[in-house]
Write a protein that binds this ligand. Structure first.
Ligand code: GLC
Length: 590
């Protein structure tokens, strides 16, 4: 993550199946070499030739904040299990759980001290197996978060590495002499502030950390590291994990000659000079590692999702691999840099992603970004705008990844004082960088104290808006954001054009109404999104696309008075509204 630059508008951005499991999954397969666990060995391609992940809706869960089963104020795996009915009803096919492995929790799990276990605060391996079985029954797959750039400084590999210059694991991390006494090896900075080099007096050398000093970078040039990490993925695939989200892949390699990075004008939120991470990110060596990880994943029909912060679509494209042999799902974070409801910007970005060699992956929020409700909201029409954003990214050609709470319009709840901050970057960067607590607050299940998340003291406070924006209340309101998400995802799962159709941009000069056709064989769906605060009128001539019908049959809309059939010429769209309708080849219309 090139954060904090991308997270906050005030800092300049530097860079920016239903595949039927038949077997029970409580225990790992004891199959011999070459024999795969039954569930993963079946082809997971549907009748139209799509891989399971192309038609799936993914949902990111920050386990600390989703559901707390033991009332210690921190969410856990049994909590997630208890909410599978909710997720199924929402229309989720796969959940990505951010790191739940044993960890000192300096970076809330992104500092792993044991890759093959569950942190006791979240449960244990039996709880994981229970979650896995229950998820399977619900037709929901589990994706884990693989933190492969670095470990915790408490991982036994690092403890051994730092113990002496000749230890077995010394070269598993990146150790270098200082340039001179009290001078780090070069000018590289940690994205979390300060030098990326930490002096260790035990052996009088510096180790490299792209993130916190408690997150030393692994040396991926060492084949032993590669083997050990590939084995970790196998270990989880044997436990029926359906894939991984690969953390911080951009940062996997560093220039072995340690060239200084170019300095840019200005300072970042931590007071450090701005810097182009020319020599410690996006190095080409990463592609060989991704190809290796993919070879393993392919043996299990698993999917690899990338945390890929790229400067351009060209760079993103490389992550698919020249022969489509790297990541199936690199996330397009450039989409998240469009922080205003701007049809021209969205059109440009969507066209670029569609022109890339692989399948698009859309996200509008995650645990490192301000919540989309606030980023796009104007303070007055936030609920309507949240539906417009859903109407956009859930109807595009590609796989969406939802962030928990997006579907109920959860708001950011930034700490009010430095003393409240939990995320270390919020402490060191205060007040410019308030950290990421705001977007990680507990899921809002109902309007009872602590939003039904816990009966204990929640690890982070929820925004007061939980009183109105919560699952229980929204479920009862047909106009809620939640019900809109449920309807939209249902439509998406059953409509061939929305799943498989081409994306054809319409009325490309319209500055207010974002519209497009999703066309699949003889079927097509028109999506029209009024991204402005004023009513708009739009006309669509779809004859050139092979759909001469003068009307569309309404499939889903946020406008209450819309009839079942709507004229395509002079269509009136209310402020911040969504219209999704079916058009046909017949001249008379549907
Ligand atoms: C990724 C995670 C972020 C974490 C960092 C270090 O960017 O999304 O939350 O702090 O990696 O592991």
């Amino acid at each position: 993550m090139p954060f904090p630059a991308l997270r906050r508008p005030f800092t300049a951005a530097l860079f920016l199946v239903i595949f039927l499991f038949s077997a029970q999954i409580a225990a790992p397969s004891k199959s011999g070499a070459g024999e795969l666990p039954q569930a993963q060995s079946r082809p997971a391609v549907d009748a139209a030739g799509h891989q399971w992940w192309q038609n799936a809706v993914f949902y990111e869960i920050y386990p600390r904040s989703f559901a707390d089963s033991n009332n210690d104020g921190i969410g856990d795996l049994p909590g997630i299990t208890s909410k599978l009915d909710y997720l199924k009803k929402l229309g989720v096919d796969a959940i990505w759980i951010t790191p739940c492995f044993p960890s000192p929790q300096v970076d809330f799990g992104y500092d792993v001290s044991d890759y093959e276990n569950i942190d006791p605060m979240y449960g244990n391996l039996a709880d994981f197996a229970g979650l896995q079985s229950a998820a399977q029954e619900h037709g929901i797959r589990i994706i884990l978060d693989f933190v492969l750039n670095h470990t915790s400084d408490q991982h036994p590999w690092f403890l051994d590495s730092r113990s002496s210059r000749s230890s077995t694991h010394r070269d598993w991390y990146i150790w270098r002499d200082g340039k001179a006494p009290n001078q780090p090896p070069n000018n590289w900075l940690s994205v979390f502030g300060g030098s990326a080099w930490q002096f260790d007096s035990k052996t009088n050398q510096y180790y490299y950390h792209y993130f916190y000093p408690q997150q030393p970078d692994l040396n991926w040039r060492n084949p032993a590291v590669k083997n050990a990490m590939f084995d970790v993925t196998r270990w989880w695939y044997e436990r029926r994990v359906a894939g991984f989200r690969l953390d911080a892949v951009d940062a996997l390699f560093e220039d072995p000659k340690l060239h200084d990075n170019p300095i840019l004008p200005g300072k970042d939120a931590f007071g450090d000079p701005k810097m182009e991470s020319k020599y410690n990110s996006h190095l080409p060596e990463v592609h060989e590692v991704l190809q290796g990880l993919r070879r393993v994943a392919d043996q299990y029909n698993a999917v690899l999702i990338g945390e890929t912060w790229t400067n351009s679509i060209g760079q993103l494209d490389q992550y698919y691999g020249k022969n489509g042999n790297e990541l199936q799902m690199p996330m397009d974070f450039l989409f998240t840099t469009i922080n205003k409801l701007s049809p021209p910007d969205f059109r440009k970005q969507i066209a670029a992603v569609n022109a890339a060699s692989g399948w698009p992956v859309y996200v509008i929020g995650n645990h490192d970004l301000r919540r989309s409700y606030d980023r796009y909201g104007d303070g007055q029409h936030n609920d309507a705008i949240a539906k417009v954003m859903a109407g956009l990214y859930l109807t595009l050609r590609g796989t969406p990844i939802l962030y928990y709470g997006e579907e109920i319009g959860m708001q950011n709840n930034d700490p009010k004082t430095k003393a409240e901050v939990k995320d270390p970057i919020g402490k060191s960067g205060w007040p410019k960088e308030k950290g990421r607590d705001g977007e990680r607050t507990p899921m809002q299940w109902d309007d009872s104290p602590n939003a039904g998340f816990t009966k204990g003291i929640p690890w982070l406070p929820m925004p007061v808006s939980y009183k109105t924006h919560n699952v229980a209340d929204e479920q009862k309101d047909p106009d809620s954001i939640l019900v809109f998400y449920q309807r939209l995802l249902k439509l998406r799962h059953t409509n061939a054009a929305l799943l498989d159709g081409d994306y054809i941009a319409l009325n490309q000069n319209d500055p207010h109404v974002m519209s497009y056709l999703r066309r699949y064989k003889d079927e097509a769906v028109l999506v029209a999104l009024n991204m402005s605060a004023e009513p708009q009128t739009a006309s669509f001539n779809l004859a050139p696309q092979g759909f001469p019908s003068p009307q569309a049959r309404t499939l889903l809309t946020t406008m209450p008075q819309i009839p079942g059939s709507v004229k395509l010429s002079g269509m009136r769209l209310a402020p911040f509204s969504v219209f999704i309708g079916e058009v046909t080849k017949t001249h008379g219309g549907p």
